[in-house]
Design a protein around this ligand. Structure first.
Ligand code: X90
Length: 275
């Protein structure tokens, strides 16, 4: 077993990885009644349904430095991937954890990556690093080569209530999302904030628009991760549309975990793709 460990916050939707050392640092979803910890034991379906009818205040919180250090375990070389630093404190707490960990264990090293994104784009970065570890790359090779890896993120949401209420997107940008039948389509900007692109009426038009946007942005048949919150039909429709246009594409359907489900809300989907 290689000694390089990958650690990611739960914004990545990754709970475990075959053949390499991996740990997840959970974020939390907080309501007036209690909290959901976004770890392997969370019933995401139950949470998403409960949140849909919930009228009170809700928020989220990132892992503390201690949570990160716990996830680091006793690994000697750690590559740590966080959700976008412009919308979460996760990158910041991971950097603090790195400092503490390296001071305590001068032989050990932690490299922290701000994904400037979330969910399936983090998943693609993690998969790429996993492959490099398995093929025998060194810590330094991985950290220098992963910065050349090009992936992007699109989202399609029926409601942006939780994003607006928590100040992660402006109410003006989110204006039409939430109207019956309207899908809001956007992307993670290069810096790592939400950038609205267009609106579509119904799933079919949304899928059409997203395949067009992927093509315009330089997608040409590489890997895609489609992660949804209780919306398998939409993911299946998107997968068909991608394969129709790019028969060689490698498209994987997955589920959003707690943090992304809270913000993407029931029926939302987030797409990571290589360019
Ligand atoms: O620290 C925290 O409390 C976490 C805050 C995270 C806020 C943003 C999460 C976005 C989740 C929504 C669609 C994709 C947006 C991509 C933006 C980069 C998913």
């Amino acid at each position: 077993m290689n000694k390089i460990k990958i650690v990611a916050d739960s914004g990545s939707d990754v709970l475990s990885l075959p053949d390499v050392e991996f740990a997840s640092a959970p974020l939390k979803i907080i309501t007036e009644e209690g909290q959901y910890v976004d770890d392997a034991s969370l019933d995401v379906e139950k949470m998403a349904s409960e949140m849909q009818g919930y009228k009170g205040k809700s928020s989220t919180s990132c892992p503390s430095p201690d949570d990160w250090i716990e996830a680091f375990g006793d690994a000697e070389e750690i590559i740590c991937v966080t959700i976008t630093a412009l919308l979460s404190g996760s990158y910041n707490t991971a950097c603090i954890a790195k400092q503490i960990y390296e001071e305590k264990h001068p032989q050990r090293r932690v490299f922290v990556i701000n994904s400037r994104s979330t969910g399936p784009e983090m998943g693609l970065i993690i998969d790429r690093m996993r492959e490099m570890i398995i093929s025998g790359c060194s810590f330094d090779e991985i950290i220098s080569r992963i910065s050349d890896y090009n992936a992007e993120l699109l989202f399609v949401l029926s409601s942006m209530k939780n994003l607006v209420n928590n100040g992660r997107v402006s109410p003006i940008a989110a204006k039409l999302a939430g109207m019956l039948g309207i899908r809001a389509i956007g992307r993670a900007s290069d810096e790592g904030i939400l950038e609205m692109l267009c609106k579509a009426k119904g799933d079919a038009k949304a899928v059409e628009a997203m395949v067009r946007i992927m093509t315009e942005r330089g997608y040409c048949g590489g890997r895609v991760k489609l992660s949804h919150c209780l919306n398998e039909p939409l993911a299946a429709m998107m997968k068909r549309a991608i394969i129709e246009r790019y028969p060689e594409a490698e498209v994987e359907i997955g589920r959003l975990r707690g943090l992304c489900s809270f913000y993407a809300e029931k029926s939302g989907m987030i797409i990571g793709y290589e360019i």
